[in-house]
Write a protein that binds this ligand. Structure first.
Ligand code: SF4
Length: 302
């Protein structure tokens, strides 16, 4: 529970605040950039919400915070939405994509994503990519959307409460064999570095580098769930692959970036960092620019 006496000085005066327990995971400003922003080593409220819609967004950011570092008044807290997450991101003929919210400290606030879709006979065929923290409120909402049939884990860092989610919904879990010790109970393994077709609209792309068993998931040929392999950055704007946050093999990660050049991604939905929407054809240009920056940076030649 956030404490007003630990409120950070950087907060704009008003009912919402971030306190000293912030771990700078980025969840709040990725979800609600209209009110939250990074400060350096923490985040802060840079603009207080005005009106019903903005207050709802700030209350959802408060729910999503993995360490309860966001506080507000008792009156506003009582208005926290029970139906906020999963929050819609985009809707395609093959299914809808939602942001899971309810981030977990166990995965340093990583984002989780839900695809809701159906088999031809009408049965739900939903997929969770990475795990939010366990939340009864979120489980009720996912249940109303058809539950979970599969959980795909992008890599070892973002498994969080996968076991509780899998047990609750009877979902089958997948993780790459190279990261499988992080979720040894997972029912299925991805192997090797070749693309794996799980369904017509669901392609798993092994992208070793950040960890040995990192995978990205491509939905409907245009939504890329990238785990911690790639995200969108602001300074400069563009796709980021981070050497600083590479835990296994940097040049293997760069080769894994190159293997994604031929996609035409329209939505980049990462574990950490900003989400981004691309115009047709923009993905390749951005990724080529990213690869050029990686080679130019100090120590950039393999
Ligand atoms: S979500 Fe919470 S821990 Fe993460 S940056 Fe925001 S206030 Fe800090």
């Amino acid at each position: 529970m956030a404490r007003p006496e630990q409120r950070l000085a950087a907060n704009t005066p008003g009912p919402f605040y971030v306190d000293r327990t912030c771990i700078d995971c980025g969840t709040c400003w990725q979800f609600d950039p209209a009110h939250f922003a990074p400060t350096g080593r923490t985040s802060h409220v840079w603009a207080q919400p005005q009106g019903e819609g903005e207050t709802r967004a700030a209350l959802m950011a408060l729910q999503a915070c993995p360490v309860a570092a966001i506080g507000t008044s008792r009156e506003l807290l009582a208005r926290s939405p029970a139906d906020g997450f999963p929050a819609p991101v985009c809707s395609l003929p093959a299914g809808a994509v939602h942001y899971g919210g309810w981030a977990s400290r166990k995965s340093f606030g990583a984002s989780s994503w839900l695809i809701t879709r159906r088999h031809a006979d009408g049965r739900p065929n939903n997929v969770l990519i990475d795990s939010p923290r366990w939340s009864g409120a979120l489980a009720r909402r996912i249940g109303a959307l058809g539950g979970l049939q599969r959980i795909l884990l992008s890599h070892r860092d973002d498994v969080a409460d996968h076991d509780t989610w899998a047990r609750h919904f009877g979902a089958e879990r997948w993780i790459h064999t190279a990261d499988a010790d992080a979720a040894p109970e997972a029912e299925h393994r991805f192997e090797g570095t070749e693309a794996i077709t799980l369904d017509d609209d669901l392609l798993v792309l092994p992208v070793p580098g950040h960890t040995a068993g990192s995978v990205a998931v491509l939905f409907a040929g245009q939504v890329l769930f990238s785990g911690d392999h790639l995200w969108w950055g602001e300074d400069p704007p563009g796709v980021v692959a981070s050497r600083r946050y590479c835990w296994w093999d940097w040049w293997e990660q760069v080769r894994s970036v190159e293997r994604l050049l031929d996609l035409d991604v329209r939505w980049l939905l990462p574990g950490h960092g900003r989400w981004h929407r691309f115009a047709p054809g923009e993905w390749r240009r951005e990724l080529e620019a990213t690869l050029a920056r990686l080679v130019e940076e100090p120590g950039g030649e393999p």
